[in-house]
Design a protein around this ligand. Sequence first.
Ligand code: FAD
Length: 621
Amino acid sequence: MDFPKRFDVIVIGGGHAGTEAALAAARMGSQTLLLTHNIETLGQMSCNPAIGGIGKSHLVKEIDALGGAMALATDKGGIQFRVLNSRKGPAVRATRAQADRILYKAAVRSILENQPNLEIFQQSADDLIVEGDQVKGVVTNMGVRFHANSVVLTAGTFLGGRIHVGLENHSGGRAGDPPSIALANRLRELPFRVGRLKTGTPPRIDARSVDFSVMAEQPGDMPTPVMSYMGSLSDHPEQISCYVTHTNERTHDIIRAGFDRSPMFSGVIEGIGPRYCPSIEDKVNRFADKNSHQIFVEPEGLTTHELYPNGISTSLPFDVQLELVRSMKGFENAHITRPGYAIEYDYFNPQDLKHSLETKFINNLFFAGQINGTTGYEEAGAQGLLAGINASLKAKDQEAWYPRRDEAYIGVLVDDLITLGTTEPYRMFTSRAEYRLILREDNADLRLTEKGRELGLVDDKRWAAFSKKKESIEAERTRLNKTWIQPTSEQAKIANKYLEHPLNREYSLSDLLKRPEIDYSKIAEIGSQAIDDDSVAEQIEIQVKYEGYITRQQEEIERLKRHENTILPIDFDYDNVPGLSNELTSKLKDVRPETIAQASRIPGVTPAAISLLIIYLKKRS
Ligand code: FAD
């Protein structure tokens, strides 16, 4: 049957990409349908119940700055919060939260169910309605035909999913969920380049069978951080500790003895796994000289005894899993509640996508999340948000929007994917961003919330809070610039208590704040006036202390912007560019960059080749 209502946007899949995509499109006023296998698994964390971490929290805060759900749900579900790299510079500081997976999922579902313009339907999408080079809708396994202007596909690890434990394997989307076979076959008929990747998860353990007294306790940070710009400590449930244990020589011997029954080493698994989150057998094999690896023992929630032993993801046979777990300190009597496993799944070469995440071959069809070759909830959520925005814009015949690399980690993520492609699961790191000092997790709102408001993603409450914060920062920065301290004044006496060399000339409060011995709390004492909002004080301190570096990065960005705005048409005739080598012609044709700047980021594309492109582009127009 044809479903009676026509939608602006249909999103397939209710994981981390799909939920952000559906919410974004609906917030922008598009009539949106979220079509997913199972309503009970909306926002489900397939693997580690944790959000954030280095590079990843930057994405979470950007999603939040654009009105998304991930950070809000993390504040409602987080049971242990920490700031990683807290002693390093602000560019690499990152918030990480261990989450109660049930609370997290409930928070996501509640946000979805209360979102105007959004309807949810539980069915499997088995087919796409494609006419010519245009997607028109989706067909479910019951034969219901939903029609829409745009479709966002976020099927995660489900397309052609195959689960491995030892040499046994079977079809599955993740443990306990069916795979998407019909849709995977349909997508293979379309002109996308398809590959296989794999990921894995550790066995889970019953906390009642674990001896925590022999493990190191790792409590959360005090004061407890919050994830969302709209979050507060009162959102947090009870906070609990994680623990740390280690693998040892015996663990490694047990693992090595299982190599001949490992699907990874016997060639049964072909897909490439995540380099930065390898299985324990991979670690023991690759780092043969290391006789111990750290294992974080993380609670899965407040109302369950299940533990997530972070660091022993494995697809070894179950008997080996049991033995290796029990060889570790504190786990001698451990009871495994769920075996670890690996999963192989289809992904699509992201070079077949535009910056908007629309596919190059089928108009109005967008891809987001794990299917684009990424790994991680945060990477998926960020892409989902962007695809949802652009599916909504496209449905309204409006121009696409995406952040540049100097505006957001979301921009870095998408530009890396579509320019470089990926042959292994891609995860975000701060080192991937060239403008790290500008793209901090603390200023994602200042970078993106105004754009979010313009796009219709940011509600009045968030907008009011943001505007107040921005005004406070501006007012206080002006005051610090205008307030001068004389070397003989009472204020100078206070400052001198902290300074290595006493003041010998007039100083503005801003200049004082640049001194390494002085932080904002001391400025408040010297200047006898303080901002009571910590996030405002933090911004002022970072903006003033790092002003020189920030200005330099901004100048560089301005210089390069010209190339970002020089558009290369998708059908650009690279074959006819005089002087361009065959190798570069073929590389450029593979990627079909959207701008000169993107072309310059393709490995091997030289400044000389860029000049040839610019000259030809000018002649052509
Ligand atoms: P998913 O969260 O997988 O969501 C996909 C959604 O689409 C599901 O709701 C599914 O039911 C639905 N769906 C699929 N097909 C259809 C269809 N045809 N019709 C309707 N609905 C459909 N990440 C890490 O960062 N580190 C790890 O170590 C790690 N290990 C993992 C181990 C395992 C075993 C698995 C399964 C995943 C692991 N991940 C890991 C990946 C992490 O789960 C994903 O990155 C993240 O969930 C991707 O989000 P997504 O929205 O793209 O897909």
